[in-house]
Design a protein. Structure first.
Length: 367
């Protein structure tokens, strides 16, 4: 697959970067931890059509591909911005692809307009399904009981996609976040991203919010969503790490020692070159995974490889960039600090490198 950007894709990237630049100049709340995310940025992403990137035209979207979603995610990463973009757009894409006409009409137009936020309480990245919420009939009504952890923007969302167990099958259901019987407990995260433990206690479930019939398993849909979530994270990580390296090369070119820039020292050049190679490799494996996903090919191996690289280079590059900056690299008021925080969080997001290495080993053994 050719990943040379078309003029339309270049325009989309430039539009996203312009929105981010304009918003960063107008407001101070892009990285304000007192709010879950910038509401003004979210509104502008809706006004420019960015939130409807992968939604069909009939629901107000642009009907583009997963590649465009990843291009936007990378642009967001270059500003280290916390938003529910990936969760909302990928889940909206799943609704657009798998759900009923009624569910599409209920949710998708509001997503495009920035009036509805979606969050993901899904647990595919754990081998143990015994701990996921259970769905059962109680007094002839479906009720959800159990706990799911680290659900980003759960309290701020309108709907939470929950992976649960019903009759030894995996079901995916959209739960109205304002339903009775839901308790949100905020968790501490590296970046300050709003994540929650969500407890369900006899939460009544509307079957109109299912992706498939109650008797069917949703394993394939869950894999479809998880593959896109993971590669979306890898794309965001590309933006994070590329900007970290740019900040570092700029700093080392200006910082003098022994009457010359430290960027002229061989040891510094080698470390920045290693970072550059790491980013180039992450881009290649991420693009390979995107290609497989768009072409509807089995992408499990490609996704695992991309996430292994993502976790490893987030660790290596954040360490190298901080080290090359010296003391200023850990100054909370310096730009690099928030990029390093994101790099540390992305190491573990949707499964660590070790988890995906084990998973890849199992996949290879089956072939």
């Amino acid at each position: 697959m050719d990943f040379s950007l078309s003029s339309q894709q270049k325009d989309l990237v430039n539009l996203t970067l312009k929105v981010l630049k304009d918003q960063s100049e107008k407001t101070n709340d892009l990285h304000n931890l007192d709010t879950a995310f910038s509401s003004s940025l979210w509104k502008e992403l809706a006004n420019t059509g960015i939130l409807g990137v992968n939604i069909d035209n009939e629901y107000g979207g642009s009907q583009l591909t997963f590649l465009e979603t990843c291009l936007i995610a990378e642009s967001l990463g270059s500003f280290a911005v916390t938003t529910p973009f990936l969760y909302t757009t990928i889940l909206a894409d799943a609704i657009n692809t798998f759900s009923s006409k009624e569910l599409k009409l209920k949710i998708l137009p509001k997503v495009v307009k920035g009036q509805s936020i979606l969050s993901a309480g899904i647990k595919e990245f754990s081998d143990d399904f015994s701990s996921i919420p259970k769905l059962d009939f109680q007094n002839k009504e479906l009720a959800l009981n159990g706990t799911t952890n680290y659900v980003a923007f759960a309290k701020e969302s309108d709907f939470i996609l929950v992976s649960c167990k019903y009759n030894n099958k995996i079901k995916l259901i959209l739960v109205n976040s304002k339903s009775p019987g839901i308790k949100f407990s905020k968790l501490v995260t590296t970046t300050g991203e709003y994540q929650y433990r969500v407890d369900f206690s006899n939460t009544k479930i509307n079957q109109d919010l299912f992706f498939s019939k109650l008797s069917s398993s949703d394993d394939e849909i869950l894999n479809w969503i998880m593959n896109r979530m993971i590669i979306g994270i890898c794309s965001f990580a590309l933006g994070i790490n590329e900007t970290s390296l740019k900040l570092t090369t700029s700093y080392t070119s200006q910082r003098n020692a022994f009457k010359k820039p430290i960027a002229s020292f061989q040891a510094v050049r080698h470390r920045t070159a290693d970072c550059y190679i790491d980013i180039a490799c992450l881009r290649v494996v991420t693009e390979q995974a995107i290609s497989s996903i768009i072409l509807n090919k089995e992408a499990k191996e490609q996704v695992a490889i991309a996430k292994i690289w993502c976790g490893d280079i987030c660790h290596r590059i954040s360490y190298a960039c901080q080290h090359l900056h010296g003391g200023i690299g850990i100054d909370k008021d310096y730009s690099l600090y928030k990029y390093n925080l994101w790099a540390k969080q992305l190491e573990l997001s949707f499964g660590s490198s070790k988890f995906h290495l084990r998973k890849l080993g199992k996949l290879i053994a089956k072939n």
